[in-house]
Design a binder for this molecule. Structure first.
Ligand SMILES: Cc1cc2nc3c(=O)[nH]c(=O)nc-3n(C[C@H](O)[C@H](O)[C@H](O)COP(=O)(O)OP(=O)(O)OC[C@H]3O[C@@H](n4cnc5c(N)ncnc54)[C@H](O)[C@@H]3O)c2cc1C
Length: 466
């Protein structure tokens, strides 16, 4: 989330405002210590691998970076198992950790062809590199997630999405892909060729094979007008459906303990560019953390100080090509749980989540993100069947996140939510079987493509019962 520096002032100034609001109460700082890091090297001398947030790690005995499909096919047959593909390591679930082989497609990166609206792209390409390469051809991804650090293969692996009632997740724009299997084959998959594998492989957690190349349906590269503004929680919720109906992209962040929401819209425009200013996400979060650290003992004082500090924040606007505005930097590390709920219960579930956090967890200060995603038909797409509304809860990387499982997941489950494949959840294979009509078909296809489970780490063995 991005709010201007004018508004979110800065941690030093926010501490002064907080102290003034406290009016003589002695303030204790509640900042948690840095979490302990795993050893850099294990007993066998293997270097540690960690995910972005730091909660997942492993000690792969081999690290490979094939520079061609031929090399990849050879390595898939000969490298020690489990062989786990890694993109940018931005997933929170234990999808990547392995003591076998860590496989990166960093050497298979870039756009190889643009033909009309279809671009052919190596799966190792980072979304942030894709933007300028497509723009050179007048094209753009139809939508983008919050950040653009992910690899294309990694983004597909977990059904990564942005926001927009009429905009599906990235995998829904894939029209064909090439899949390298553990027996050394390269399968061409599309609606016409290997159609069932195509439907399964578009979202497949790196468990069917390695996606080497993707044909992606792109859009014309247009400028969008970005607006960010604060509003009261109740007013924002009463207008949210109308905003999803009327804006190309709409999302909002509910800020617990403040009664405030930050709305973000993006709409196509022909107006001249007005690039956005410097990134201020960390300044805004610093202000919220200071409120938590110093006033976490009183919801009333914390809310009053938040109004003083943030209430009169002026809106922020920018105009630029979509690939420059739709994603932002998220420099402050966190852990996250996100569920995709039937659209009609999304806001009800959000209210319950906010009430629960404000009642039970005064240590939480990260905003809760709320988005809408159009449906598609990939077998493991959480968006299959009907439009889904996502609600995502974050915890600062130094803070406890176990409450996600104890307090928040039951709310999401009660409302029929499906978890984001890359974000924290405690669901088992039988839970997924109940949420995905094609779960058994997927598990059977996985068994046929990789009968010995060479691509499965412990987590994947668990959910696939392998
Ligand atoms: C700061 C931050 C912001 C985020 N914002 C969003 C957001 O807005 N929307 C959203 O939906 N998610 C979001 N995420 C989650 C993120 O998009 C997903 O976890 C995504 O999968 C990460 O991509 P990656 O390249 O890091 O993949 P990794 O986490 O490295 O891998 C993800 C999965 O893909 C598999 N994989 C990777 N490459 C291939 C390949 N070539 N072939 C087959 N399988 C492969 C891996 O084996 C693994 O199972 C965010 C995460 C962070 C940390």
């Amino acid at each position: 989330m991005k709010i201007s520096r004018r508004a979110a002032i800065g941690a030093g100034a926010s501490a002064a405002v907080v102290a003034a609001a406290a009016g003589g109460v002695v303030l204790a700082n509640r900042e948690a210590p840095e979490p302990p890091a795993p050893p850099a090297i294990d007993a066998q001398g293997h270097l540690v691998w960690r995910n972005w947030s730091g909660i997942q790690h492993g000690y792969p005995q081999a690290r490979i970076a094939p520079a061609s499909e031929d090399e990849l096919s050879h390595l898939l047959k000969t490298s020690p198992a489990p062989i786990r593909a890694v993109g940018a390591g931005h997933s929170f679930m234990p999808l990547v950790p392995t003591d076998g082989t860590l496989l990166t497609l960093d050497s298979l990166s870039g756009v190889t062809k643009v033909d009309g609206d279809i671009a052919t792209i190596w799966a190792g390409t980072r979304l942030g590199e894709l933007g300028p390469q497509l723009a050179k051809n007048g094209r753009a991804m139809a939508n983008l997630p919050d950040i653009n650090k992910q690899s294309l293969g990694g983004a597909l692996g977990t059904a990564t999405h942005g926001t927009g009632k009429h905009l599906p997740a990235i995998h829904a724009d894939v029209t064909a892909l090439r899949l390298a299997t553990v027996d050394g084959q390269i399968l061409e998959c599309s609606a016409e060729k290997n159609a069932q594998i195509f439907d399964a492989a578009r979202v497949s957690l790196g468990s069917l094979g390695i996606i080497t190349q993707v044909q992606l349906k792109t859009s014309a590269n247009k400028r969008v007008h970005r607006r960010v503004w604060l509003e009261s929680f109740d007013e924002a919720l009463s207008k949210a459906e109308a905003r999803w109906n009327s804006h190309r992209n709409f999302e909002f962040y509910a800020v617990p303990f403040t009664g405030l929401v930050a709305n973000i819209t993006h709409d196509e425009t022909d107006e001249p560019a007005r690039p956005r200013g410097e990134e201020t996400d960390s300044t805004f979060l610093d202000a919220l953390k200071t409120l938590r650290n110093l006033l976490g003992f009183s919801n009333t004082l914390r809310k009053e100080a938040a109004e003083l500090l943030l209430g009169s924040t002026p809106p922020e606007e920018a105009i630029d090509e979509g690939w420059k505005l739709l994603s932002t930097d998220r420099p402050v590390r966190f852990n996250e749980m996100e569920f995709h709920l039937p659209a009609e219960v999304q806001l009800k579930a959000l209210r319950e989540v906010v009430e629960t956090i404000e009642r039970e967890r005064s240590d939480v200060f990260f905003p809760i993100e709320v988005r809408r995603i159009a449906p598609d038909d990939a077998w493991l797409s959480p968006f299959q069947g009907e439009p889904r509304g996502s609600v995502a809860v974050h915890a600062y990387y130094k803070d406890d996140y176990k409450f996600f499982f104890e307090l928040i997941e039951p709310i999401f489950r009660k409302h029929g939510g499906r978890p984001h494949w890359g974000k924290l959840n405690a669901l088992t294979g039988s839970d997924f079987a109940g949420l995905y009509p094609r779960w058994k078909d997927f598990a059977e296809m996985r068994r046929q493509l990789d009968p010995q489970g060479r691509l499965l780490n412990g987590y994947l063995r668990g959910i696939f019962g392998a």
